[in-house]
Design a protein around this ligand. Structure first.
Ligand code: ADP
Ligand code: MG
Length: 358
C-alpha cells in the first residue's frame, strides 16, 4: 500500500489539448478514491500518468515519498484494470492471470500460489481452465481484476471497470469491489463517469470538469454542500432543480425573490450571507427534488400543475414547471395524484443552495 501525492500536475497533449490543469491531491494509504466527471474531463489521463503510461507535462507525482515522474511503469508497483478487460483470448483464465508474473520470472510455485489465491478471492476457482470467450462479461472482468491482484500492487487503478456490465451485475460487482478493498487494504483509485457509482464506492470523491477539480469530499459532503452549480447538478438523481432568482435584503435578513414570492432563507444561510456582507443581487439557486414537499399552506409555497408523474415503488417523481423552468419533485408515493392536478408545493428552506450567477 502507498500514499499518492499529486502536486500541480498538468497534462498537455501534442495537439495542445489541456487534459489536466493544475491537479492537486493527496491520497492516503488504503483510501478508496473515486475520480468522477463527464467524458473528456481528464480522468483516464490522470490514471495513465499514475501508471506511467502517459508523460506528465509539469508538476510532481509521488508514490509514497518517491518522485515517480520519470519512473518506468513496471517499476511503480501499480496495477491497472481497464474497461475493456484486455484479456489474451488464446490463453486460459489461469494463464491470463499468471502471464505478468511469468514475464517477471517469478518461480512457478509462487505464481501458482498467487493465481490460486486470487482465484479464490474472486470466485474463479472453477473457471481456471476456460478461455475468455467461454466466460460471461462479469467473469471476464473478474479475471482482469485477478490479473491485477496477483501482482500484489501497492496501488490499484481502475478505469471504468464496470461500464461494460449490465446494471444488475454492476451493482453486484460494486459490492465486491468494496469487499476486495477491505480485504486487500490497498490504495484504490477508481475512475467513473457515473455519479451513483462514485457515491456508493468512494471514501472520497474527486469531481472533475474540463481537466479541473470542482470539489473533493466524502459522498455526504458533496451531496449536502456542493461547491458550485456544476457539482450540484452532477451529483444526485434526479438532478437538482436550478433557477434564477433575486437575492434581497430587508432589516438585515436575506430573502430569495422567485416567481413573485419572497422565500425566507434559513438562519444558516443568513448567517453566512451576513458574514460575507453579500449585496442584494441576481442569483442562481437550487433545490433537490427530494427537498420539495406537497403542502396546502400556500403562503410560502407555489401552486403547480402535475404534468407527468412517475412511480418508482415507494417514491414518485412529479414533473412540472415553474416560472417557465422545468421542476422535478420526489415524494413518497401517493396514488391519488393524477396528471393535470393542481397541487401546492413548498421548498424546504434549509435545503436551498445559492450559487453565483456567472
Ligand atoms: P476522460 O477519461 O475523463 O473521458 P480523457 O483523459 O480520456 O478523459 O481525455 C481528456 C482530454 O484529453 C479529452 O479532451 C481528450 O480528447 C484528450 N485526449 C485524451 N487522450 C489524448 C491523446 N492521446 N492525444 C490527444 N488528446 C487526447
Ligand atoms: Mg476515460
Amino acid at each position: 500500500m502507498a500514499s499518492i501525492t499529486f502536486k500541480n500536475i498538468r497534462k498537455v497533449y501534442d495537439n495542445d489539448v489541456v487534459a489536466v490543469k493544475n491537479f492537486n491531491l493527496e491520497i492516503d494509504e488504503r483510501e478508496f478514491i473515486v475520480l468522477v466527471g463527464p467524458s473528456g474531463c481528464g480522468k483516464t489521463t490522470l490514471l495513465r500518468m499514475v501508471a506511467g503510461l502517459e508523460e506528465i507535462s509539469s508538476g510532481e507525482l509521488y508514490i509514497g515519498d518517491r518522485l515517480v515522474n520519470n519512473v518506468a511503469p513496471k517499476d511503480r508497483d501499480i496495477a491497472m484494470v481497464f474497461q475493456n478487460y484486455a484479456l489474451y483470448p488464446h490463453m486460459t483464465v489461469y494463464d491470463n492471470m499468471a502471464f505478468g508474473l511469468k514475464v517477471r520470472k517469478l518461480d512457478k510455485k509462487e505464481i501458482d500460489e498467487r493465481v490460486r489465491n486470487a482465484a479464490k478471492i474472486l470466485g474463479l476457482e472453477d473457471l481456471l481452465k476456460r478461455k475468455p470467450r467461454a466466460l460471461s462479461g462479469g467473469q471476464r472482468q473478474r479475471v482482469a481484476i485477478g490479473r491485477a491482484i496477483v501482482r500484489n500492487p501497492k496501488v490499484f487503478l481502475m478505469d471504468e471497470p464496470l461500464s461494460n456490465l449490465d446494471a444488475k451485475l454492476r451493482n453486484e460487482m460494486r459490492a465486491e469491489l468494496l469487499k476486495l478493498h477491505n480485504r486487500l487494504q490497498t490504495t484504490f483509485i477508481y475512475v467513473t463517469h457515473d455519479q451513483t457509482e462514485a457515491m456508493t464506492l468512494g471514501d472520497r470523491i474527486i469531481i472533475m470538469n474540463y481537466g479541473e477539480v470542482q470539489q473533493i469530499g466524502n459522498p455526504q459532503e458533496v451531496y449536502e454542500n456542493p461547491s458550485n452549480e456544476f457539482v450540484a447538478t452532477f451529483i444526485g438523481t434526479p438532478k437538482m432543480n436550478i433557477f434564477d432568482g433575486e437575492l434581497i435584503k430587508e432589516d438585515n435578513r436575506y430573502f430569495l425573490f422567485f416567481n413573485q414570492k419572497k422565500i425566507e432563507l434559513s438562519e444558516d444561510i443568513n448567517k453566512k450571507l451576513i458574514e460575507r456582507d453579500i449585496k442584494p443581487q441576481p442569483i442562481r439557486f437550487g433545490i433537490r427534488p427530494e427537498h420539495i414537499d406537497l403542502t396546502e399552506e400556500l403562503e410560502d409555497g407555489f401552486k403547480i400543475s402535475v404534468e407527468m408523474s412517475e412511480l418508482m415503488g415507494h417514491e414518485m417523481l412529479i414533473h412540472t414547471d415553474i416560472d417557465d423552468n422545468p421542476l422535478v419533485i420526489k415524494i413518497p408515493t401517493r396514488f391519488d395524484i393524477k396528471n393535470g392536478d393542481r397541487v401546492g408545493i413548498a421548498f424546504r428552506v434549509d435545503k436551498i443552495h445559492l450559487f453565483d450567477k456567472e
